[in-house]
Design a protein around this ligand. Structure first.
Ligand code: HEC
Length: 123
């Protein structure tokens, strides 16, 4: 909260002060861009994968030792976006003893949808 107050004041005083670049960035953030994010699902999905899943499942640099290579995960007809969403939410429910941590509650439904549509498209 205090950061926001500070930023609000700093934005009024003007970016000529202490951290011009940081302030420029903070002040220029689009405020009312509520729409748009939901439609372009594949781009969002790739970014979501990178931030949540790559550390175990490297993808375009292909597989890793920690987890299966998912670069063609959608090629298996049973791996629909819905199946993937269920798996990611609670791997242990689908594959008992799974070593993958559950993401239920850690990722929003709309992010999960973008993410799993992206994965299902990897054939
Ligand atoms: C901490 C490491 C880790 C993270 C983070 C992780 N996974 Fe996994 N994942 C695994 C492991 C290990 C498996 C191997 C199978 C098992 O033990 O269930 C797996 C299996 C899977 C499978 C099943 C593949 C198949 O063919 O059965 C999918 C799909 C999957 N992960 C997707 C994801 C997605 C999407 C994310 C990000 C939201 C993610 N994983 C994050 C470790 C991880």
């Amino acid at each position: 909260m205090s950061t926001r107050h500070w930023l609000a004041r700093a934005c009024k005083v003007g970016p000529a002060l202490l951290f011009p670049l940081a302030l420029l960035y903070a002040c220029n953030k689009p405020a009312g861009s509520g729409s748009g994010a939901s439609s372009s699902s594949t781009v969002g999905g790739a970014a979501l994968f990178t931030s949540n899943c790559s550390k175990c499942h490297t993808i375009n640099g292909s597989g890793s030792k920690r987890a299966p290579d998912l670069s063609h995960v959608g090629a298996d007809a049973s791996h629909t976006a819905d199946w993937l969403a269920e798996f990611v939410k609670n791997p242990g429910k689908i594959e008992p003893g799974s070593r993958m941590p559950p993401f239920e509650g850690k990722i929003s439904d709309s992010d999960l949808k973008s993410l799993t549509e992206y994965l299902a498209s990897l054939k």
